[in-house]
Design a binder for this molecule. Structure first.
Ligand code: UTP
Length: 245
């Protein structure tokens, strides 16, 4: 089986990176010589992804100005609109009409190195015949991630941003996933959770309750969630002082 499609959520508000984000989506802020989201597109291209679905907010044309048809980046670009910022689950659901086969999701404001991380995650998903695969790593701050309860390579529970005292492990979702279209039903059945948003974590939890094959795979290397000016500086500092690939 080949995984040919990817989705990149990029419809958030980026308030922590204001006032830049009044003018442009945060995903277009630079890490080195390219936008942070272009590093994600590179990783998808490297993993064999042919079509990338960008989830964008209404009236913001920055992403389509940057990527256009996608040809220059080696991919076919499709744009879908998330009408309101209602959470990551809702952002993924916005791509349902174009995602009729197994697909990967990587957050558009996350920087990973080396870029082979995504190919490894997809290969694992195919090899293990998973329904959903969540990329995780040992995280310092459990209150910033979806935290899993592992058993072998399965996930038996997952909670979004738990308080430290309730975290069942320090393995946190990093913002890279592989799903089958089955995830859309789970999202539709998911009620607003943390911060009143439709959380992807809660949809994955529903799949676990339905005894779906929900697995995790460790992502090695560098991961920086570019959410604040400090994170942006950190990502640039790392990129500009290391071999860029
Ligand atoms: P964040 O949690 O960083 O939210 O989203 P945000 O709105 O972008 O930033 P702040 O909290 O206001 O500073 C993680 C990723 O998911 C996307 C964002 O664009 C970002 O790439 N996202 C989040 C969506 O596409 N839609 C949503 O409803 C929420």
């Amino acid at each position: 089986m080949l995984v040919r499609k990817g989705l990149i959520p990029a419809a958030g508000s980026g308030t922590r990176l204001g006032p830049f984000t009044n003018a442009i989506p945060k995903e277009l802020l630079p890490v080195g010589d390219k936008a942070v989201i272009e590093h994600v597109v590179d990783a998808m291209h490297l993993a064999g992804i042919e079509e990338v679905v960008f989830v964008v907010s209404p009236h913001k044309h920055g992403l389509s100005d940057y990527f256009g048809s996608g040809k220059r980046f080696g991919i076919d670009a499709t744009y879908v609109v998330q009408d309101e910022r209602k959470g990551l689950g809702d952002a993924v659901l916005a791509g349902e009409h174009v995602l009729d086969e197994t697909f990967t999701v990587v957050l558009g404001d996350n920087f990973f190195a080396p870029k082979t991380f995504l190919k490894d995650l997809i290969d694992f998903h195919i090899r293990e015949k998973a329904d959903s695969t969540i990329g995780v790593a040992e995280v310092e701050d459990v209150t910033r991630h979806g935290i899993i309860t592992p058993s072998g390579n399965r996930i038996i529970d997952m909670v979004e941003k738990p308080p430290v005292s309730e975290a069942k492990s320090n393995l946190g979702a990093l913002g890279a996933y592989v799903f089958t279209p089955d995830i859309f039903d789970a999202i539709r059945n998911t009620k607003p959770g943390y911060k009143g948003e439709i959380q992807l974590t809660d949809a994955i939890r529903l799949q676990i309750e339905e005894k779906k094959n929900v697995l995790y795979n460790k992502i090695n290397g560098i991961h920086i969630d570019v959410g604040t000016p400090k994170d942006l500086m950190h990502a640039n500092d790392w990129y500009l002082t290391h071999d860029s690939e």
